[in-house]
Design a protein around this ligand. Structure first.
Ligand code: FMN
Length: 191
């Protein structure tokens, strides 16, 4: 019997049109093993800034519910995000804060892998540690290694098409996706 295909939701932390992180997210389906089916998660950029008073008076916005449902329905999640000021971009953190207040927190027991592209030397490593911490706080099952840090990202993508062209980066991403599939199957008991 072939393994069940795993559905993986991909969340991008950048809204920029020419985003390297969005370009990496677009490259993932072609680099993923056959057992993973990757789909973009619904948008999070429309969420209001979290305010517990608004939450209490008007409840959970519909787009937050849609995002949470997509995460809940997925077998695993990959977050591809830039680092802003050594940490998680505010909009993405706001989205995580929203869903952390739901009764059935969608990241609970969810396998999550992280990737980041940055213009600098460290490739978004500090953001990944902060994301790892926040998601652990809401009981996500964080995938360890191999890690994916794409530093000096302008050199790793085609200037015009934004296609991922750097072979060592392609190899690193493939290695992570292969290991993430095994991790998801192990923690979810899926054959
Ligand atoms: C508000 C802001 C803060 C940034 N802070 C960092 C940082 O702390 N570390 C880093 O490596 N790059 C930082 N950068 C540069 C980003 O790595 C670079 O702009 C990257 O291309 C953003 O990702 P994107 O191309 O997916 O939009 C920052 C960029 C912005 C806009």
């Amino acid at each position: 019997m072939p393994d069940k295909t795993l559905n993986i939701a991909v969340i991008c932390g950048s809204l920029r049109k020419a985003s390297y992180n969005a370009a990496l997210a677009r490259a993932l389906p072609a680099l993923a093993p056959a057992g993973l089916s990757l789909t973009s998660a619904p948008p999070w950029h429309t969420f209001p800034v979290y305010n517990a008073d608004d939450h209490a008076s008007t409840g959970i916005p519909a787009d937050v519910t849609t995002w949470a449902d997509a995460i809940r329905a997925a077998d695993g999640v990959i977050i591809v995000s830039p680092e802003y000021n050594w940490s998680i971009p505010g909009g993405l953190k706001n989205a995580i804060d929203w869903v952390s207040r739901l009764k059935d927190v969608p990241f609970k027991d969810k396998p999550v892998a992280l990737q980041s592209c940055s213009g600098g030397l460290l490739g978004g490593g500090r953001m990944q540690y902060h994301l790892r911490m926040s998601l652990t706080a809401i009981d996500a099952l964080m995938f360890g290694k191999p890690e994916v840090f794409v530093n000096f990202s302008a050199k790793k993508f085609d200037e015009k098409t934004l296609a991922l062209t750097d072979q060592p980066t392609i190899d690193m991403v493939k290695a992570q996706l292969g290991a993430f599939e095994k991790f998801v199957r192990r923690v979810s008991g899926s054959s």
